[in-house]
Design a protein around this ligand. Structure first.
Ligand code: CMC
Length: 396
């Protein structure tokens, strides 16, 4: 196969259709089920966006009330899951902790399904499983941070909506409405982004007729990497390294001389700026004002200006969300788990879509290894020759 046929990293490859979201780098827009994400972030609670991603329409007031009531039923961390988390070393990376917790939930929820074919579940079962994961992830993520800080588990508050309850679970106190609003916006912005690496991973796993939990566990693994979700954590490490706006030029000179990737900048699809950044930057500005931390905005702006002017590469969503989560009080290691709690909505919407119109995802490869060779002294039997002559693609 000629080199020109290979799409390294699947860049530019359209792998399937989706009705869930549309990323348009030309117009710098991102639509969830047709709605611009900025409009959703400005007007909707995260629960309504989760409903939209799964059902295709925003909920009526009555539907939202029913959805919220159901979500509240599944917020609690079960003793088995809490115990599984407690058995992990305290210095386990939180992404591994959440991945393990979801895996434990999956093992329990699919127990008794009998055989591998039944574990897949019906669309109705998988919608319910999606809602349950969406509902319990705030408790898993929050408990992880509290455990590392030597703090006890906090129980959910049924009188609080998703975002306010999430912050309650993490900090054990009611958050200011300004903070709840910024946090809610970040969740909406992180919810969905077409065939990104983790979503595609979830679709690949789903395409084999594996179960929803296995697909989510795989997606978490893909999200952990710093070229994807791990970038929001990595941005904060960079901020900590730089210290203040005064150090930006010197730090950047050295980083670029070492050919370091500057986390929080660049995107596979957007080449002229990430459509989600202005909304998240506005939320960050609100938090900077709320907490009276102008030095954070100074460092943010200085690094952005210097990097963009030198490289022409723009910030992605992880750039403003990292410092925003830091201001709210999240530990740096908890940032990417927050991304999981948001993206569970998009992942599961894609899992449901893949299941509804499935084809096994199995691309080809161009072999560039050793030419055919043989074991010295081996005499092939004629039956084995039949197998060797089958085309590579048919071999699974
Ligand atoms: N810092 C320095 N150079 C960069 C960066 C960056 N952040 N991003 C791209 N480049 C350079 C890269 O070195 C390459 O240069 P050259 O052609 O001279 O070798 C050129 O730009 C093209 O980069 P690429 O990595 O081949 O392009 P890509 O489309 O594969 O990259 C990316 C997309 C997101 C992997 C990359 O921009 C990157 O590594 N960014 C930093 C990590 C990051 O912020 N990831 C979050 C992505 S968005 C949110 C999410 O998905 O979670």
């Amino acid at each position: 196969m000629a080199d020109t046929d290979i799409k390294k990293g699947l860049a530019g490859v359209v792998a399937d259709e989706t009705a869930i979201s549309k990323v348009n780098p030309e117009t710098n827009s991102l639509l969830y089920r047709g709605y611009p994400v900025q409009e959703l972030a400005a007007t909707q609670p995260f629960e309504a966006v989760a409903y939209l991603l799964w059902h295709g329409e925003l909920p009526t007031e009555e539907q939202l009330a029913g959805f919220r009531a159901e979500e509240r039923k599944h917020r609690a961390l079960s003793p088995v899951v809490k115990d599984a988390i407690d058995r992990l070393p305290l210095d386990t990376h939180p992404m591994d902790e959440v991945r393990t917790a979801v895996s434990v939930i999956g093992a329990i929820e699919t127990a008794g399904t009998g055989n591998v074919l039944d574990a897949v579940g019906t669309p109705e079962e998988n919608l319910q499983r999606s809602l349950q994961l969406f509902a319990v992830l705030p408790a898993i993520v929050s408990y992880g941070q509290r455990r590392r800080r030597g703090e006890a588990l906090v129980e959910s508050r049924d009188d609080l909506d998703y975002a306010a309850n999430f912050l309650w679970l993490t900090f054990g106190e009611e958050a200011d409405p300004v903070v709840v609003d910024a946090f809610n916006r970040s969740m909406i912005l992180y919810a969905e982004h077409s065939f990104n690496a983790s979503t595609f991973t979830a679709r690949v796993i789903t395409s084999t007729l594996s179960d929803l939990y296995s697909a989510v566990v795989g997606a978490i693994g893909a999200l952990k990497g710093p070229l994807h979700g791990g970038a929001n954590e990595a941005v904060m490490h960079i901020f900590d390294e730089i210290g203040s706006a005064d150090n930006v030029v010197e730090w950047l000179d050295a980083a670029l001389a070492e050919k370091r990737k500057i986390m929080g900048f660049g995107h596979r699809v957007y080449k002229r700026g990430d459509s989600r950044v202005p909304t998240m930057k506005a939320a960050l500005d609100t938090l900077v004002a709320h907490y009276d931390r102008p030095e954070v905005a100074e460092l943010y702006t200085k690094l952005e200006d210097e990097f963009v002017s030198r490289k022409g590469i723009y910030p992605n969503l992880d750039y403003p969300s990292g410092p925003a989560y830091n201001l709210i009080g999240y530990d740096t290691l908890t940032f990417t788990p927050l991304f999981i709690a948001a993206r569970i909505t998009g992942w599961t919407a894609h899992i449901l879509e893949q299941q509804a119109s499935n084809a096994l995802i199995r691309p080809l490869s161009a072999y560039n290894g050793a030419d055919e060779r043989h074991i010295e002294g081996y005499v092939p039997d004629t039956a084995a020759l039949d197998v060797q002559e089958r085309p590579e693609e048919a071999a699974g």
